[in-house]
Ligand binder design. Structure first.
Ligand SMILES: Cc1cc2nc3c(=O)[nH]c(=O)nc-3n(C[C@H](O)[C@H](O)[C@H](O)COP(=O)(O)OP(=O)(O)OC[C@H]3O[C@@H](n4cnc5c(N)ncnc54)[C@H](O)[C@@H]3O)c2cc1C
Length: 403
């Protein structure tokens, strides 16, 4: 590697047509580079991006100074602007994080402190004021965040893919990366559908990103552990009980935000997601089991350490997954009026969460660089919110590796 400005007209190959891969591709094209995106599925946003909550996060939750905090705050703005400019459904709804017991007040105040440090417009409100935003909510106090929004991420990906194609970029669907070889001046990417040679390679493979890194000879110190999140929809007669977004106070020991109620851009209200260990990286139901994926998780020492620490949470999440009544009971802490027949099962998503060997979950976004390569090894929530900003950072870094 040598230093100096990147030359224009580099050929960069990207694995993955989720929102991170597409945002990166678009950013590279805008800077005058040639891009090929290789995607194993038949279309864009087939995994995490197309099965998420559709929320534009404000940046409230994240450690001040972290990439997540900085890129979520900036990304919320750029994502809203991008969607509005390109006719993708987007609304700035605001949200309420509600403390349902006195015991949660300390954590609610800590969220307020973090949000303020991160520059997020948020303020503590009384139960009466909370009910002005959400008339059916029950709480002892709440945090009102103005900048949270909702967007159609599949729509964002469709627009990015169209713009990439119109600008001369190449997106190859049905093309799985199976090997990566470094040559003196190139990176050669093998697929089940031919071979590509580029000046650089970017791995945006989401649930498979650690494996793709291993194909390139990298030994990442983390492994992707898949966590399924199941959703229900509120029955149409109950939708009026939720105006915008209602979230619980999250458990800081756990990286997920807790089951929440979210109004969607296409209409309707989603409830979820829970967080369950998945028996396949693309395991959208309990019945989907992939022996290789199970082995990969089970042979990672960290999983057992995490399991020993969080077995009670695991049992309670499993019980909630198997019993609609329990799922509803959790939601009723937020909105007590939800009646018995409120929930209709809908899709699930699987989160790609990187884990260290010692069982700690990687908190921030994580990138690994190699000559002529850049690997995105942890891009969980709020990476969809932050995708356009992540794309800029990856483009900077990817181009540094090909100087
Ligand atoms: C249940 C759930 C709820 C979430 N809610 C939110 C939210 O509300 N707001 C938010 O900001 N974030 C949310 N997230 C996180 C967000 O969806 C992800 O951070 C983001 O979508 C990651 O995008 P990605 O492009 O990295 O991954 P993905 O969207 O998973 O894309 C990776 C792509 O790589 C492809 N691929 C993998 N291996 C190969 C290979 N060998 N060859 C070729 N292609 C390959 C896959 O097919 C896939 O299309 C949520 C995630 C989940 C799962």
């Amino acid at each position: 590697m040598t230093s100096g400005p990147a030359r224009a007209g580099q050929r960069i190959i990207i694995a993955g047509a989720g929102v991170v891969g597409l945002a990166t591709a678009w950013e590279l094209i805008r800077r005058g580079h040639e891009v090929t995106v290789l995607e194993k599925e038949a279309g864009v946003a087939a995994h995490q991006t197309g099965n998420n909550s559709g929320v534009i996060h404000s940046g409230l939750y994240y450690t001040p100074g972290s990439m997540k905090a900085r890129l979520a705050v900036a990304g919320a703005e750029s994502m809203k602007r991008f969607a509005a400019e390109h006719g993708v459904a987007v609304h700035t709804t605001g949200k309420l994080v509600v403390a349902t017991s006195e015991a949660q007040l300390g954590r609610l105040h800590e969220l307020h402190r973090r949000g303020t440090l991160n520059g997020v417009p948020c303020r503590l409100v009384s139960p009466e004021e909370a009910r002005e935003y959400e008339p059916h909510v029950s709480c002892v106090a709440a945090l009102r965040v103005e900048s949270t929004g909702i967007v159609d991420y599949k729509g964002v990906c469709a627009v990015l893919a169209r713009m990439i194609g119109e600008a001369g970029g190449d997106i190859r669907f049905g093309t799985a990366v199976t090997g990566i070889r470094a040559e003196a001046a190139h990176t050669v990417v093998e697929t089940d559908n031919g071979q590509w040679r580029g000046d650089g390679f970017v791995n945006c493979g989401g649930l498979h990103s650690d494996r793709i890194a291993r194909l390139a000879g990298i030994r990442p110190g983390v492994r992707i552990i898949p966590f399924r999140g199941e959703y229900y929809e509120l029955a149409p007669e109950q939708e009026h009980l939720v105006k915008g977004l209602i979230y619980p106070v999250p458990d800081p020991a756990f990286p997920f935000l807790g089951v929440h109620l979210t109004r969607m851009t296409g209409g309707g209200v989603h409830a979820g997601p829970n967080a369950l260990f998945a028996f396949a990286r693309e395991g959208y139901t309990w019945l989907t089991v992939n022996p290789r994926d199970v082995l990969d998780s089970a042979t990672w020492p960290g999983l057992w350490k995490l399991g020993a620490k969080f077995w009670k949470v695991g049992i309670s999440e499993t019980a909630r997954s198997l019993s609609r009544r329990r799922f509803l009971a959790g939601l009723r802490q937020l909105v007590p009026e939800l009646p018995d027949e409120s929930l209709v099962p809908t899709h699930a998503g699987v989160r790609a969460q990187a884990m260290h060997r010692d069982g700690t979950l990687v908190d921030d976004f994580l990138f690994e660089r190699a000559p002529r390569q850049m690997h995105v090894l942890n891009a969980p929530s709020p990476a969809a919110t932050a995708a356009l900003e992540i794309g800029r950072i990856i483009a900077d870094e990817a181009l540094v590796t090909v100087r």
